[in-house]
Design a protein around this ligand. Structure first.
Ligand code: ZN
Length: 202
């Protein structure tokens, strides 16, 4: 922790020659994309996208899960989505899963999270609606973590479409959804084209 404190303490001095850029940021934000990724410490969106401050509106949740729309939900994810789409009018939303995801491991083998009831409850929001009662193993994906993670990302895209303000913008062409998969050990980013089911290099 100490190195983080030291860096934060000296940060204003480090950006002193970029005062113009930071002053510009204080006047407002117009991010290029809403980037939804896992809370995992190894996944740093600005690192592999080259995003600068102001470029990404980030939403990080355990397992990059986006619960389906519920009108009465008091949910930080739903609130962040609404703000990004309605207030900031973000034109693109990326859901980015990753290799070695602990949350996906929990989806594949529930016993890995059996001592964490809050995590288990959170993971239940990840499920595909049609098979909400079935474990992932019965959904034809086997236990291949890459296949499960990639399908999981596509499922979260489906969940995004259940939000009325997102559905409206998608149908009018003002919003695009992107499914990405990041590989921790190589830095490779794969994407799934709209309508496709397989992930390929960007
Ligand atoms: Zn993860």
């Amino acid at each position: 922790m100490q190195s983080l404190i030291e860096h934060a303490r000296t940060f204003p001095a480090k950006i002193v020659d970029r005062q113009e850029d930071f002053a510009h940021l204080a006047r407002g934000q117009k991010p290029q994309a809403l980037f939804i990724s896992c809370s995992d410490s190894r996944v740093i969106p600005s690192l592999f996208t080259g995003a600068a401050p102001g470029d990404l509106f980030e939403l990080r949740t355990a397992g990059n899960i986006v619960p389906r729309y519920r009108a009465q939900a008091a949910c930080g994810v739903a609130g962040s989505l609404e703000f990004a789409v309605q207030a900031l009018q973000i034109p693109d939303i990326v859901v980015c899963g990753h290799s070695h995801c602990g949350a996906v491991q929990g989806l594949i083998r529930e016993q890995t999270v059996h001592t964490m009831p809050l995590v288990r409850r959170w993971l239940s929001w990840a499920e595909r609606r049609a098979q909400a009662d079935e474990p992932w193993q019965t959904q034809g994906l086997g236990e291949d973590p890459t296949a499960v993670t990639q399908q999981h990302v596509l499922t979260q895209l489906d969940h995004l479409r259940s939000y009325p303000f997102i559905a409206r913008r998608l149908s009018s062409g003002r919003l695009r959804l992107h499914a990405w998969y990041y590989t921790v050990e190589t830095g490779d980013v794969l994407a799934c084209a709209p309508g496709a089911r397989t992930f390929k290099p960007l």
